[in-house]
Design a protein around this ligand. Sequence first.
Ligand SMILES: *Cc1c(COP(=O)(O)O)cnc(C)c1O
Length: 431
Amino acid sequence: MSNTNIKGFDTLQIHAGTQPDPTTGARQVPIYQTTAYVFKDADHAADLFALKEVGYIYSRLTNPTVSALADRICALEGGAGAVCCSSGHAAQIMALFPLMGPGKNIVASTRLYGGTVTQFNLTIKRFGWSCTFVDFDDTKAVAAAIDENTRAVFCESLANPGGYITDLAKISKITDKAGIPLIVDNTSATPYLCNPFEHGATLVVHSTTKYLTGNGTVTGGCVIDSGKFDWSQNDKFPSLSQPEPAYHGLNFHEALGAMAFTFHSIAIGLRDLGMTMNPQGAHYTLMGIETLSLRMDKHVANAMKIATWLENHKAVKEVTYAGLKSSPYKSRARKYMKKGAGALFTVKLKSGFEGCKKFVNALEIFSHVANLGDTRSLVIHSASTTHSQLTNKQKKAAGADPDVVRLSIGIEDADDLMADLDQALKASRKK
Ligand SMILES: *Cc1c(COP(=O)(O)O)cnc(C)c1O
């Protein structure tokens, strides 16, 4: 079946990127558990290596099961091309790799997944890259932070640990003017709730570990390219717009147009960095993604009900859910996340840091884990775990104060979840 006439999200999440297996008729995407692929003849092999023909060579680069997943996520985001890799953090490096070089920098939001702050603040320095962190509500500061060595601007659509929505249209105006790409981590929102490309993003990255897989089984990542950015508009992206020595002098933009970034990511990024997704992992994510919209509707309904109830609970000081009337980001939620503001938010407890510990210990249905976007409800005390490597100032900027817990609301019965939260809130106030 051709996928070209399908537009509906519910149809795409099941059919995009796949067709019945041409050899066996298998209806579900087979797990192609193979490392290599037999060439038809010597010329075929040479054409594949020269990118004159597209096909499978070796599974560090591409694999049919993994490609089916990449094509499906690409369709859901409305991109031109996509590449899957081994984790969300791998996706971030893969997204930056074609753009960066020693001495180059990125400008990133202060409101990010804790691991991303550490990756950008410390680890990328080993490549000679650096990052300037800015409050993205201060658009003047974002523009001012961009200098002649800036090669990308990075933010999350719905920011972890929760409740913040980036004004993507405003930020993309700034990046367009500067002639650099806007990279948006769309993990917490998912393509069902938010479409960064519609608001000017150049690249979208995902931790497929979270909602896309949805059941907490495998780690994975994906980079999707809108195909709309002109890599040759300035001389900032020589690896894409000039002869690339690492691929026998190929000019990717000239040769591949809208697919330049994606082919570069496979031919050089995956080839030389080796952050490959394995076909078994892709299979689990393909299974999960088939029900993404159904799960997200339930995640959102539960989150809305529970956040509203928590906001009025006597043990609670504050709830930062962008879907609430009290949220400063409610109008952005209406603009960028029409189907709901996700299912991730933070709760500030009146009982403070010690109360947070008692609360987390007392919960029974909620699992205390360093994960989010699972079918089951999860809780974590960000300040002492996911955001523990951050300074106090960074924690505050990220919304991970010591008296705050992060909830990832699952798709169980909301009443059961509220009963569990209620008994744990009681426990949080015990001396
Ligand atoms: C989990 C997460 C990541 C990192 O993804 P991994 O798959 O754990 O490497 C990046 N960004 C966000 C928003 C995340 O939630």
